[in-house]
Design a protein around this ligand. Structure first.
Ligand code: PLP
Length: 377
């Protein structure tokens, strides 16, 4: 690792988590096995065995059966497949969904009803119930398990119970929840769940749909009938193997959430004790242990990201997938933040490589920027 890499402070795990060394080894090993998992000969059977081992590992992460796991190219494809393939007559989605759900819903041609969130970023159950009564049946409800920008954890079991009372099916985008909180698809009562490997230290470009045995799932991609005809195309064997190893390690680390929360809480409390102008988004509700979204009013998020970058610190403004486009975060907008505050937020997301010294460097850079701007302002 170069000196520059060593000194870099990476606090953007929600954008992508650094790939785990065990994953790199497993992917490299899998690349040396060249069989097609659909081939019946020895080489094919070896590739198939690796895919099936990974399927069991990923299933364990979601509390599901191996045969309910459909591998695909990532969280975006998984959510698109469910939105299009659940056989719904209408869609009910929360106002804070990732663009992969929002855009898939908009492109589906189906009626889409949006469920607002409160000022803490939690879905409004009363409005969900209204929509469930009004929406053409059968409806598909899609509410993410935990938000990527500010970490609020949604009451998915309650959402699913209510949806069921109205005969609706339920999808949850669990991309950010995976590896951070325990997931049990059946206990949550959801029909579909989306996962992505690169958010848990696996390779980019691999994901999975976890579906209930009875849930319909029309393929988005037709072809040779791989993945029980739910997703055609020769499997990304090496990527899938890496996903499996990442799932295994992420499961083993579930107990370490409190350590991350302690570092995140120290970061927030030191900033708050420096100034009461800072706003911590979704601070009052259950949040992912690793996530903090902090507004420094008066300083644009992009300016902050550049400042941190110049100081060797990687963070995001808004969601990484939509940064680059200058638009106010739809998540903070839905929570009722004014543009001046929503514009001025950055997301800090910690993970298995984060150290106390990373947190110190972030706090110091944050205070420097704040003090400089406050003096100039
Ligand atoms: N859903 C959430 C909540 C995400 O944060 C992301 C990535 O930012 C995705 C879905 C998309 O996953 P992928 O990058 O694997 O397509």
């Amino acid at each position: 690792m170069s000196g520059a890499m060593k000194s870099m402070v990476y606090l953007d795990y929600n954008a992508t988590a650094p790939i785990r060394s065990a994953v790199i080894d497993a992917v490299a090993g899998a690349m040396a096995v060249y069989g097609n998992p659909s081939s019946v000969h020895d080489a094919g059977r070896k590739a198939r065995a690796m895919v099936e081992q990974a399927r069991a590992q990923v299933a364990a992460l979601a509390g599901s059966r191996a045969r309910d796991v459909t591998f695909c190219s990532g969280g975006t494809e998984a959510s698109n497949t469910v939105i299009r393939g659940a056989g719904a007559a209408s869609l009910i989605i929360s106002a804070i969904e990732h663009d992969c759900v929002r855009a898939a819903a908009a492109a589906s041609g189906l009626p889409v009803l949006e469920v607002p969130v409160d000022g803490d970023g939690v879905v409004d159950m009363t409005m969900l119930e209204h929509h469930l009564k009004d929406a053409p049946k059968p409806a598909l409800v899609s509410v993410m398990y935990a938000n990527n920008e500010m970490g609020a954890i949604q009451p998915i079991a309650d959402v699913a119970a209510l949806a069921r009372e109205h005969g609706a099916r339920v999808h949850t985008d669990a991309v950010q929840a995976a590896g951070k909180i325990m997931i049990d698809r059946a206990a949550l009562g959801v029909d579909y769940l989306t996962l992505s490997a690169h958010k848990i230290g696996g390779p980019q470009g691999v994901g999975a749909i976890i579906s209930a045995p009875t849930a319909p799932l029309q393929a988005l991609i037709a072809g040779g009938g791989q993945e029980l005809s739910r997703r055609s195309g020769t499997e990304n064997v090496a990527g899938i193997v890496g996903f499996g190893v990442a799932a295994l390690e992420a499961m083993a680390e579930l107990g370490k959430g409190a350590e991350l929360a302690a570092m995140r809480d120290r970061l927030e409390s030191e900033i708050k004790s420096h100034t009461n102008a800072a706003q911590i988004v979704a601070e009052r509700v259950p949040r992912l242990n690793n996530t903090s979204c902090i507004a420094m009013p008066g300083v644009k998020g992009e300016t902050q990201v550049m400042h941190f970058d110049l100081n060797g610190i990687c963070v995001s403004s808004g969601s990484a997938c939509s940064s680059g486009k200058v638009k106010v975060s739809h998540v903070l907008d839905a929570m009722g933040y004014e543009a001046g505050v929503a514009d001025a937020s950055v997301r800090i997301s910690l993970g298995y490589g984060t150290t106390d010294s990373d947190i110190d460097k972030f706090i110091s850079a944050w205070k420097t920027l704040y003090d400089r701007t406050a003096v100039q302002g």
